[in-house]
Design a protein around this ligand. Structure first.
Ligand code: AMP
Length: 567
């Protein structure tokens, strides 16, 4: 095993958790008592509280506190507390720093390297924000992995540890409903854990269920002659806390009594609520949210080309899956599939620690292949309609790391440059997709219809890299774009910033080669035999051609990519 331990961090919307691998077993570090640390910060003078203390304070001082910051990751939305303004990454970094400092105190040694989990459906900008938060917290972020995949790694690990080395179960569906996000992934479990499809919504979670209950409370208050406090933040903060507790209590009881006095009102007089809520009522109030998750489940099955009856295990992840109606609804859908009882709050962090162990060279007999959750395309003029359309380059659910290229054609003689607009999403229409970057490539003087090759790569963190080449006129260049400011062409400034930041040893302008990354990963996972020898030969041939800058590189790359597709 190399270097210091790599810790696994589940940086959740509602709660976060840090874990580590000990003798090949993941263990949660009991930061803040239980290890499940509220992802809340609260500013108290010069002091910043994080975790349980911050959560308690946030009920009385919501305007000095921040919850659910994960929902703002990847945006430029500043969070203002008093005179100070914080970025979402800055707030997340405070939570990460708290987890690491406390873990270091409890463990007695430094915590400097981490695998951080993100929702599978996180975009490029959101993933970069997670890495940035890690860096701001002083961490070396060794890998970003998808939360449902981390959970599957953990369940697989439990199985192997209990002797089921051959994986008697073949297909699993991970249903991950946390405080702020919903993810669903379908996986094939063999010697390699393969994600077949992944989808979800980064704006659907427990907070939305709580909001339905809060709306109900607001109408009860109004019906009893109370004021309309729906726009008053302190009142909403208080009612949200009451709603969340009611929802949690209703997971084990049929009804709860709500008796709250002194609910803040704008005029300072306060109001009260006295009512009963039943489990059935809450299920009805939030049934549209549950059905939205079921729609995503169906979509994931479709994309994996499987039926519900093909799924052997449904893995429940995220605190919200404790709500009984969720497992009931999934039982209706999946019939015979079993739902293993493993703590839904901790499995993501456990999986992250396992991934940390794998990166650190521990032999855990687990290999993971994840997929992209969005189609990546380039905005291009359709020559038949003259309309801007999205030309797909990497389809969704392609295994990562992945590199794919596509040729485009210039439209004018001596065209000076091409605008490169990078879109994420499934539609042909740009306006229905998310623009994640805008940059341009300068061209050499050439006639119209000269070819421009645009190559996208998704790296192991799910981050996108772009190279482009005016074929026959220029060398391949890595083109930079800023997914946080997709409307702006920031290619020049970013190129300068990123050139300093890139840590991989490489010549300037030489793109990072993700084909090699993926090939090596596959090679590591293959059992000895003629197939492996043949594949190793292709990898070696391609690597030598790259080193020698040989003309055969492209042909060898194609051979290798075809061999990888067939594996
Ligand atoms: P996570 O993001 O996985 O930590 O999940 C947090 C969400 O799970 C929050 O919305 C919690 O209110 C919710 N939650 C936690 N425990 C329960 C429970 N016993 N019943 C229902 N919801 C719960």
């Amino acid at each position: 095993m190399s270097e210091s331990k790599i810790f696994g961090i589940d940086l959740g919307t509602t709660n976060s958790c840090i874990s580590v691998l000990d003798n090949k077993k993941p263990r949660v570090i009991p930061v803040d008592g239980s290890g499940v640390v509220p992802s809340v910060i609260s500013v108290l003078g010069d002091e910043i509280l994080v975790g349980r203390r911050a959560k308690n304070r946030a009920v009385a001082f919501p305007e000095q506190s921040v919850r659910s910051v994960k929902r703002k990751m990847g945006t430029d939305k500043a969070i203002v507390i008093g005179e100070k303004s914080y970025s979402p990454e800055g707030i997340s970094a405070m939570i990460l720093r708290f987890l690491c400092d406390e873990a270091a105190r409890l463990e007695g040694h430094e915590v400097s390297r981490a695998v951080i989990t993100v929702p599978a459906y996180f975009s490029d900008a959101q993933r970069k924000a997670a890495i940035e938060a890690g860096k701001l917290a002083g961490l070396s972020v060794e890998r970003i992995i998808n939360e449902p995949t981390a959970a599957a790694l953990f369940y697989d690990h439990v199985n192997i540890s209990s002797g089921d080395i051959g994986r008697s179960w073949k297909h699993a569906l991970v249903y991950d409903l946390g405080g702020g996000t919903f993810d669903v992934s379908v996986l094939r479990m063999s010697e390699i854990i393969e994600v077949l499809a992944s989808t979800g919504d980064t704006r659907l979670g427990g907070d939305d269920f709580d909001r339905c209950i809060v709306d109900h409370f607001l109408s009860v208050i109004r019906a009893n002659g109370g004021p309309d406090i729906s726009e008053f933040t302190p009142a909403i903060a208080r009612l949200s806390a009451v709603a969340e507790q009611a929802k949690i209590d209703l997971s084990v009881r049929g009804t709860v009594t709500i008796e709250e006095a002194n609910i803040p009102t704008p005029d300072g007089s306060g109001c009260t609520i006295s009512t009963e809520v039943s489990r059935n009522e809450v299920e009805e109030l939030s049934s549209h949210l549950l059905e939205r998750t079921v729609d995503f489940v169906r979509k994931a099955l479709d994309e994996a080309k499987l039926h519900a009856s093909d799924i052997d295990k449904v893995l429940l992840v995220g605190g919200m899956t404790r709500m009984p109606v969720i497992s009931q609804r999934l039982s209706d859908l999946f019939g015979d599939a079993s739902m293993p009882a493993v703590d839904p709050d901790l499995s993501v962090a456990y999986g992250a620690a396992i991934q940390g162990g794998i990166i650190n060279g521990e032999n855990l007999e687990q290999i993971l292949l994840d997929v992209t959750s969005h189609t990546l395309s380039l905005g291009a003029i359709n020559p038949y309609t003259d309309a801007l359309t999205c030309a797909p380059i990497i389809p969704r659910n392609t295994q990562i790391p992945a590199t794919r290229a596509r040729l485009f054609w210039t439209v004018a003689d001596n065209q000076k440059h091409v605008e490169l607009e990078i879109y994420q999403g499934e539609s042909e229409l740009p306006e229905e997709n998310t623009l994640i970057g805008h940059t341009k490539l300068d061209l050499a003087k050439a006639e119209a219809n000269s070819p421009v090759e645009v190559k996208y790569s998704y790296d192991l963190n799910g981050i996108i890299h772009l190279t482009a080449e005016h074929k026959g006129f220029s060398k391949k260049t890595e083109v930079y774009f800023d997914s946080r400011n997709p409307e702006e062409d920031r290619s020049q400034t970013l190129a300068e910033d990123l050139a300093d930041e890139l840590e991989m040893p490489r010549k300037s302008n030489e793109p990072i080669n993700f084909v090699i990354h993926r090939a090596r990963l596959l090679l590591d996972g293959m059992s000895e035999g003629p197939r492996k020898t043949a594949f190793a030969g292709l990898v070696e041939r391609y690597e030598s051609a790259l080193l020698e800058d040989s003309d055969d590189v492209d042909g060898f790359e194609d051979d290798l990519l075809s061999a990888m597709d067939e594996l």
